[in-house]
Design a protein around this ligand. Structure first.
Ligand code: RAT
Ligand code: ZN
Length: 444
């Protein structure tokens, strides 16, 4: 413990020295006025390097799996759902899915941008992307925008997007039972430093029976008996994937109906396969909980909804496995307060992100305030969930602005007590909530 304390002190000193070098001596001077504090907070948030801990992006080497460009932006499933809130009755789901991507994007542009104003978060997001890329959205010329994207080189564009978003790296979602993903790992396709892997295991946890054939085809003799019986083989198979792709964590999205512990396959899989492996490999387990899957299957990816989940099940899980690190986010707004309180009780629980339907300005604002009030900077306030590369630009620009508004208030409240902050301290805190606390949690 003494060695660890020394290492921590040393790390803190190096951080301070780096900040002093990067920001100059002013970084260490305490800020006297509220105006200056406001400016310093906004600057720190603007300049922070962010780690995006959950996305659905892929490397360029994974071919068609990497989505980017204006037609992918316009056909993002969030916008497909919105399209059908206003589309004429004669546009059937089947007819929409039978169209090519460009025709689908044209329809979204017409109904959600030209014939109704783009006020929703997902629509505004497209416009932010265009604006930040220097493509003035005001002329409403989709043809011109398409021609601009057609001229981009994929790899250079990926770097440009990461720079505009201000990210060091983003974590992908890599599913070992999806053949169209596995084939790229089999081929040894390179992964740029901007992207890191995560081993997505929901299919195996929730639907083991249907995964057996593909797992068997990958050389895992998981038999046809119980999960307990197959546990060692399954840990071997997942461990093999961990060796292969070196994931940042294992991850699963769980339905709102998920409960723990109960007499079901998911509990057995978690207790006998996932948690022992997490301990053995020192890997966190990320859980995203609260989806109400496929309430309208005709909408495809857009057909999922949300319902409150059982936060007590999360509490029982993290209490039952104190040596497993859990990264948790929940989908329903109403679960956020109870989850943040749970985050105060367990050092093996780290909260992250305003997930999916919570990634809207009013909810990000509320959740970020609540988390800072209950957890301080020991939280990862956001992830993007980007499915289309360009979305990194808007998701992070919108989040930065909201988080800056919240932090300005929080620093001002503390300033009023007479405590004084330095720019270096503010930069340290901002980095914590945008990835530093996540790295610390992993390293702990
Ligand atoms: O945000 C999304 O795009 C969702 O469809 C899901 O992918 C969700 O984030 C998940 O990871 O299950
Ligand atoms: Zn996701």
């Amino acid at each position: 413990p003494e060695g660890r304390a020394l290492a921590v002190t040393r790390a803190a000193r190096i951080l301070q020295e780096n900040l002093r070098r990067d920001m100059g001596a002013d970084a260490m001077a305490s800020i006297a006025t509220l105006d200056a504090l406001n400016t310093a907070v906004r600057r720190a948030v603007d300049e922070a390097t962010i780690t995006d801990i959950h996305t659905h992006l892929f490397p360029p080497s994974h071919g068609d799996l990497l989505l980017w460009g204006v037609d992918e932006l316009l056909t993002y499933h969030y916008l497909v759902a919105e399209l059908f809130t206003v589309a004429p009755a004669d546009l059937t789901y089947e007819a929409f899915w039978a169209m090519d991507k460009i025709a689908q994007a044209d329809l979204v542009w017409k109904h959600l941008f030209l014939e109704a104003s783009p006020l929703s978060e997902a629509r505004r997001g497209v416009l932010t992307v265009l604006q930040r890329l220097g493509l003035d959205p005001a002329d409403r010329d989709l043809g011109r925008i398409r021609r601009w994207f057609a001229r981009q080189d994929e790899e250079a564009y990926l770097e440009k997007v990461f720079d505009l978003a201000g990210l060091d790296y983003a974590v992908m979602t890599n599913n070992p039972v999806k053949c169209n993903e596995v084939k790229h790992f089999d081929a040894g396709a390179p992964i740029p430093a901007r992207l890191r892997t995560a081993l997505r295991i929901d299919d195996v946890v929730l639907n083991f029976a249907s995964c057996r054939p593909i797992i068997a085809s990958q050389g895992c003799a998981a038999g046809d008996g119980t999960i307990e019986g197959a546990a060692a083989a399954l840990r071997g198979w997942m461990g093999g994937w961990i060796d292969r792709i070196d994931p940042v964590y294992m991850a699963a999205s769980l339905p709102c109906s998920w409960a723990y512990p109960v007499d079901d396959a998911a509990t057995r899989m978690i207790d006998h396969v996932v948690c022992p492996l997490a301990v053995e490999r020192g890997l966190p387990v990320a859980l995203m909980i609260g989806v109400n899957r496929q309430v309208n299957p005709a909408l495809g990816d857009a057909g999922d909804a949300v319902a409150p989940c059982d936060v007590n099940s999360i509490i029982r899980l993290v209490a039952a496995h104190p040596d497993v690190k859990f990264l948790v986010t929940t989908l329903s707004r109403v679960d956020q307060h109870a989850l943040a309180v749970a985050g105060r009780k367990f050092r093996n629980l780290h909260l992250f992100g305003c997930w999916w339907f919570c990634n809207n300005p009013s909810i990000i604002n509320e959740m970020t305030r609540q988390r800072l009030e209950l957890l301080g900077t020991g939280v990862t306030v956001q992830h993007s969930d980007a499915r289309v590369l360009d979305q990194l630009i808007y998701k992070w620009s919108h989040t930065r602005r909201i988080v800056a508004d919240v932090l300005v208030d929080k620093y001002a409240d503390a300033h009023h007590t007479g405590w004084r902050f330095t720019p270096a301290e503010i930069a340290r805190d901002v980095r914590q909530i945008f990835g530093g606390a996540f790295e610390d949690f992993r390293a702990r």
